[in-house]
Design a protein around this ligand. Structure first.
Ligand code: SAH
Ligand code: SF4
Length: 348
């Protein structure tokens, strides 16, 4: 197919419909079918005449993902595994919260950044996902779960570094956030990054989404060890960015801090973290390390985790402990690997 309607913004659709000699209002009508109504094929677009559908058929189609496998965890979270047209595995995870769902989606297959504690990082990098492949994770889960009317929160925290697939990620977010698309509220969409500074600045200009930065260390020394990307974008540079990131009044920046036994989980580390983040309006999500087969680190015990948290509380930080859901089905943070065939590696 020449045009994939799941990979198209309203501007591109307006050009396409105009080239096909259709009335201008058709672009919005088609977008509504493709995104809001989750149409699986052009024939589903019953408000379009047969002739119009035929014209559209000649140049366009609608790609989609069908779940290959859905695994449900004891805590209610669900891991969806999709297969791309070229046979790669893509994972998305639906997590139950108190009153809503959060859907965690992937932006790349594998990741170039090779953080030592992250399973995705050990796979290496296979390829970027297209905007359609990002959008199709959302469409497929909404359809399977009947969530079109009660949209979940959305986090780009699955496989990959979203800001290193900037163009496709921003395009998919435009489709997800726009009234002509899925109409997600920007307050409910979060992009998580390892701290790619130029794209953090660009994102602040392009889209009003929430930003989460994976900090994971209170010093450059520890961060260099855990996240090689820190050598390119050191802590103090991106904390400067974090201070100047335009945050609307009710929003705060979020830092993710994976607590790893004997690496970054001591009382001194907590004090150093508090000093580092002072005067930044932020929330610190504490994520006890999720172990996976062959993982080089251990999860700290519960007392260590709560002691770390109390120090941050003493310094007046909001620091919830995010016990990752889905760890029994290898669907928790940092455990995603796209368990079909990723390159030549078979993942759990
Ligand atoms: N590349 C982006 C988004 C994907 S990683 C980023 O780094 O932010 C999503 C989150 O999972 C990050 O906050 C990362 O620190 C966390 N994570 C990775 N491996 C983990 C593990 N083994 N246990 C717990 N959290 C992990
Ligand atoms: Fe990539 Fe994020 Fe994993 Fe680091 S933590 S390897 S940036 S997915």
């Amino acid at each position: 197919m020449k045009y994939d309607l799941r990979n198209i913004t309203i501007e591109e659709l307006k050009n396409l419909t105009s080239d096909l000699g259709m009335e201008p209002y058709r672009a919005r009508q088609i977008a509504q079918w493709v995104f809001r109504n989750n149409a699986g094929s052009i024939d589903d677009m019953t408000s379009l005449s047969k002739e119009t559908r035929k014209k559209l058929h000649e140049v366009a189609g609608i790609s989609s993902f069908t779940p290959e496998k859905v695994v449900t965890s004891a805590d209610g979270s669900k891991k969806y595994l999709f297969k791309t047209a070229d046979g790669c595995g893509v994972e998305s995870v639906l997590l139950p919260e108190k009153n809503h769902w959060t859907l965690c989606i992937s932006s790349q297959i594998g990741c170039t950044l090779g953080c030592r504690f992250c399973y995705t990082g050990t796979i290496g990098f296979i390829r970027n996902l297209s905007a359609a492949e990002i959008v199709n994770q959302v469409s497929a889960v909404l359809k399977a779960e009947g969530l079109q009317e009660k949209l979940p929160n959305l986090v780009l925290m699955g496989m990959g570094e979203p800001l290193l697939n900037y163009e496709q990620v921003v395009k998919s977010l435009k489709i997800l956030l726009s009234p002509w698309g899925f109409n997600f509220s920007h307050r409910k969409v979060t992009v998580s990054t390892a701290g790619i500074i130029p794209q953090i600045q660009q994102l602040a200009r392009d889209l009003p989404v929430n930003l989460a930065i994976s900090l994971n260390a209170p010093s450059d020394e520890i961060r260099n060890f855990l996240m090689p990307v820190n050598k390119k974008y050191p802590l103090k540079n991106f904390l400067y960015e974090a201070r100047s990131f335009p945050i609307p009044s009710r929003k705060r920046i979020t830092f993710e801090y994976v607590l790893i036994k004997d690496v970054n989980d001591s009382g001194e580390h907590a004090e150093a973290l508090a000093r580092l983040l002072q005067k930044i309006p932020c929330k610190i999500n504490l994520i006890p390390f999720n172990e996976y087969p062959g993982a080089p680190f251990k999860r700290p015990d519960e007392e260590h985790v709560t002691a770390f948290q109390s120090i941050l509380h003493q310094h007046h930080f909001t620091a919830p402990i995010r016990i990752s859901k889905g760890s029994d089905i290898v669907a928790a943070c940092g455990q995603l690997g796209g368990s079909i065939n990723v390159g030549n590696k078979q993942t759990p």
